[in-house]
Design a protein around this ligand. Structure first.
Ligand SMILES: *[C@@H]1O[C@H](CO)[C@@H](O)[C@H](O)[C@H]1NC(C)=O
Ligand SMILES: *[C@@H]1O[C@H](CO)[C@@H](O)[C@H](O)[C@H]1NC(C)=O
Ligand SMILES: *[C@@H]1O[C@H](CO)[C@@H](O)[C@H](O)[C@H]1NC(C)=O
Ligand SMILES: *[C@@H]1O[C@H](CO)[C@@H](O)[C@H](O)[C@H]1NC(C)=O
Ligand SMILES: *[C@@H]1O[C@H](CO)[C@@H](O)[C@H](O)[C@H]1NC(C)=O
Ligand SMILES: *[C@@H]1O[C@H](CO)[C@@H](O)[C@H](O)[C@H]1NC(C)=O
Length: 436
C-alpha cells in the first residue's frame, strides 16, 4: 500500500478511535465553534433516564404547548403592562445545550440554545429553587451589576425597576400563588469557544419556583437588542448557524458556528422576515406544502406573514415537532393519509400512525419557502414507535388552547440540516449536512 494512503488510514483510524473512546470530548475547534449537546444524549450534563428515541420525542413534544404559550407572549412591548412569560415558560425548554465560560477566572456553565429568546439567563449562587450548577458572581473579578437607569434594563423585556429601588436592575415576576421568577440584570465576560465577549449583559436568576426548572442557563440567540448577535457587535457580523444531530443518535453532538467564517459557501436561502409584532423571532415566508407530488390546497391567509397580528412561520430551536395552525395541519394530514391509504391510530402528540408495512408508500413532505424548496428527508417527517411496528407523521396542529397564529418549524424537522441565520443579509439558509 502507498505510504501516504497507509498513514492517512492510520490517522483516520486514530481519530475515530479517539472519538469512540470519548464521544463527549469537547469538539470546540476554533473561534465561535461550539458543540451542541442534546439533553437526551449520553454527553448531556442533565441526568435524564435513558429512553428510546420515540419516548424521548413524545416526552419533549408534550412540552410544546408550554412553548407555544411562551411564543405567544413575545408580543412587542408597547406599554410596560405587556404580558411576559413566566420563568417556567422562559426556562423550561431543555433541548440543546452548549458549554460556555462565564466570568474571570472562567466558570464553566451549560446554556440551552434558544433562537426565540433574546436574553441570556443564568442561575446564580444563592438562587432559591435553582439546582447546584450556578454561577458565582462573587468569584469573578469582571462581574458587575447594572443600574436601573441603563438602557439595557429597559430593553430587557418586561423588566421594570421599582421606583426608587437602589438595588440595580432587579425584577420580580409572580404568576399566581406558586410560580415566581426573580433576577437581576448583570454583566460579565462570556467565553464561547475561543472567543470572549468582555461585557455581556444577562439575567442572574435569584429565585424560581413552580415547575421543573432545568439546572442550566439559557443563551438567547433571538433578534432583539439583548441577544448574543446584538451584544457581540462586529465579532460575529450578525451570522450564526447550527446543525442539530438526529434524535436517534444517543452518542453524538451537533455544532453551533458563530460568525461568517466556516459557513457553507453555496447554500440555498430564503429571505428572513422581521415581524414588528414579535421582533425576537426568525420569520420566513412559507408559501406552500407538498405531500408527495400534490401541492396541498391551503387558503393563503393561514400561511400569510402579517405584521399586525404577528402571524406567519418561524424557525425555532425550542419546539420539538413542527406544528401548523389547525386548518393547515389538517390539510397536510388528510392528503398524507389519502396517499398512504391505511388505517391510522394516534400515539401521544401524533394522530397519523400506521403500520410500517405501508411505509414504502409514505410520501415525502416538501416545505416551499420563497426561493427555497426543502424536501424533508424521511427521517425528518416520519418517526417510529418504540416497538418499531408503527410509523407516525411527525407533525401536529398547534395547541388549540393558545391564541396562536404561528406555524413553527421545529427541531425534529431540522435534524441533519445546517440552518444558517444570516441576519446581516436578512436571509436564512438550509443545507443538508450530517451533523452527528
Ligand atoms: C477543526 O478545524 C479543522 C480546520 O478547519 C477541520 O479540518 C477539523 O475537521 C475540525 N475538527 C473538528 C472536530 O471540528
Ligand atoms: C457575595 O458577596 C457579598 C459581599 O461580600 C455578600 O453580601 C453576598 O452574600 C455574597 N453572595 C454570595 C452568593 O455568596
Ligand atoms: C417577589 O414577589 C413575590 C410576590 O409578590 C414576593 O413574595 C417575594 O418576596 C418577592 N421577592 C423578592 C426577592 O422581592
Ligand atoms: C459594561 O456595560 C455596562 C452597560 O452598558 C456599562 O455600564 C459598563 O460600564 C460596562 N463596563 C465595561 C467594563 O465596559
Ligand atoms: C410570501 O410569498 C407570497 C407568494 O409568493 C407573496 O405573495 C408574499 O408577498 C410573500 N410575503 C412576504 C412577506 O414576502
Ligand atoms: C385503498 O385501500 C383500499 C382497501 O385496501 C382499496 O380498496 C382502495 O382501492 C385503495 N385506494 C387507493 C387509492 O389505492
Amino acid at each position: 500500500m502507498d505510504l501516504k494512503i497507509a498513514s492517512f488510514l492510520f490517522f483516520a483510524l486514530l481519530i475515530s478511535v479517539t472519538k469512540a473512546l470519548d464521544p463527549c470530548a469537547s469538539q470546540s475547534n476554533g473561534s465561535g465553534d461550539l458543540s451542541i449537546i442534546p439533553t437526551y444524549s449520553k454527553c448531556s450534563p442533565v441526568t435524564l433516564p435513558r429512553t428510546d428515541s420515540f419516548s424521548t420525542v413524545l416526552n419533549m413534544a408534550s412540552k410544546d404547548p408550554e412553548r407555544f404559550k411562551y411564543l405567544s407572549t413575545l408580543v412587542a412591548q408597547k406599554t410596560t403592562a405587556a404580558p411576559i412569560a413566566s420563568g417556567q415558560q422562559v426556562l423550561n425548554i431543555p433541548s440543546y445545550i452548549v458549554q460556555v465560560k462565564l466570568g474571570t477566572p472562567d466558570q464553566l456553565m451549560y446554556m440551552v440554545l434558544d433562537t426565540s429568546n433574546d436574553i441570556a439567563w443564568v442561575p446564580c449562587s444563592g438562587c432559591i429553587g435553582c439546582s447546584s450548577i450556578t454561577f458565582s458572581p462573587n468569584s469573578s473579578t469582571t462581574y458587575g451589576s447594572l443600574d436601573c437607569s441603563v438602557p439595557e434594563c429597559a430593553q430587557a423585556r418586561g423588566l421594570s425597576c421599582p421606583a426608587g429601588s437602589p438595588g440595580g436592575c432587579f425584577f420580580n415576576q409572580s404568576h399566581g400563588g406558586d410560580s415566581s421568577f426573580s433576577a437581576t440584570l448583570v454583566h460579565d465576560s462570556l467565553g464561547l469557544g475561543k472567543d470572549v465577549i468582555p461585557n455581556y449583559s444577562f439575567g442572574c436568576i435569584n429565585s424560581v419556583s413552580g415547575g421543573n426548572i432545568p439546572p442550566q442557563g439559557l443563551l438567547g440567540l433571538g433578534r432583539g437588542s439583548m441577544s448574543l448577535l446584538s451584544q457581540s457587535g462586529s465579532l460575529y457580523s450578525g451570522v450564526f448557524s447550527y446543525c442539530l444531530p438526529s434524535f436517534k443518535s444517543y452518542y453524538f453532538s451537533g455544532s453551533l458556528k458563530l460568525g461568517p467564517v466556516g459557513q457553507p459557501k453555496s447554500i440555498r436561502t430564503t429571505p428572513l422576515l422581521k415581524n414588528p409584532r414579535r421582533p425576537s423571532l426568525y420569520y420566513v415566508n412559507l408559501t406552500g406544502i407538498s405531500v408527495g407530488k400534490v401541492l396541498v390546497p391551503i387558503a393563503p391567509q393561514f400561511l400569510a406573514f402579517d405584521p399586525t397580528t404577528g402571524a406567519g412561520t418561524i424557525i425555532d430551536s425550542g419546539t420539538t415537532i413542527t406544528r401548523f395552525v389547525e386548518p393547515v395541519y389538517t390539510a397536510i394530514r388528510d392528503e398524507f393519509r389519502k396517499q398512504v391509504n391505511s388505517t391510522f391510530s394516534s400515539l401521544g402528540a401524533f394522530d397519523t400512525c400506521f403500520n410500517t408495512n405501508n411505509e414504502a408508500v409514505a410520501p415525502a413532505i416538501t416545505l416551499r419557502f420563497t426561493d427555497l424548496v426543502l424536501r424533508l428527508p424521511l427521517e425528518n417527517s416520519l418517526i417510529h414507535s418504540s416497538s418499531g411496528t408503527l410509523a407516525c407523521l411527525a407533525m401536529a396542529a398547534a395547541p388549540n388552547n393558545v391564541n396562536s397564529v404561528l406555524n413553527v418549524i421545529a427541531n425534529l424537522q431540522q435534524q441533519n440540516l445546517r440552518i444558517l441565520f444570516d441576519v446581516a443579509n436578512s436571509r436564512l439558509g438550509i443545507a443538508r449536512e450530517l451533523c452527528n
